[in-house]
Ligand binder design. Sequence first.
Ligand SMILES: [Zn+2]
Length: 293
Amino acid sequence: MRGPAARVCFMVDLGTQRADIGVIGGSGFYSFLEDVTEVTVKTPYGPPSDSLFLGELAGRKVAFVPRHGRRHHLPPHRINYRANLWALRSVGVRQVLGPCAVGGLHPQFGPGTLVVPDQLVDRTKARTQTFFDGEPLPDGTVPNVVHPTFADPYCPTGRAVTVAVARGHGWGPVVDGGTMVVVEGPRFSTRAESRWHAAQGWSVVGMTGHPEAVLARELELCYTSMALVTDLDAGAETGEGVSHEEVMRVFGENVGRLREVLFAAVCALPENDERSCLCARVHDGVNLGIELP
Ligand SMILES: [Zn+2]
């Protein structure tokens, strides 16, 4: 995978660098853009997974953050999800697209299927999943206790745009809706766990979709998951089970067209000040105790 280093200037003054749309995904999504600016962002929660990489797509300003770091050194449970989302909002982002690799829990969700889930089940075990934990920020402000609505965890507008764009690109199997169960990892599921997940009627299993989605919600960001099925999970196939190599191979085979759909979705999203969804109004009338960036 090509790196962006040749076209990047480091430590740019954040004051001049803004973006409207955020993408949490690997370097395969931005490394070929003509002008990419690398920006280091500090957050009250420590450093994000990596720098932000800012670029422009058809007039839309986009900030990319490699979820696992540019060297892919961060396992799902070590990702600083709070810092990633906070950093994106700090540069102006209000809508986020989150491409990720998932396992299909049913044979009809085979490798290459693109699922745009509308529901999520959290089976992670040890991840901080709120900004509102009573811990003071470095500036001395203290977040209040807040209970954001999460009945529908994904942005309806972002979902509709993504599904339409993927179908318009002739992706093939595009699933509009479905439930993503998020497990702690980094191990894959046992066969029994996988069969149990499938028996609940859940569609796909991943390791990063939570707390990414709820933290985006807490920051009043629109968040849309783009889940590429890279394998059939352990309960849905009869071989030796999922392997990391197979996941990476299938993801690599699909990253080109996933990038095309992602970029088309970026261009089709509404302007930030034209958002009509609930995501932008989650905290209306609520005293947060802290200022969102
Ligand atoms: Zn929204």
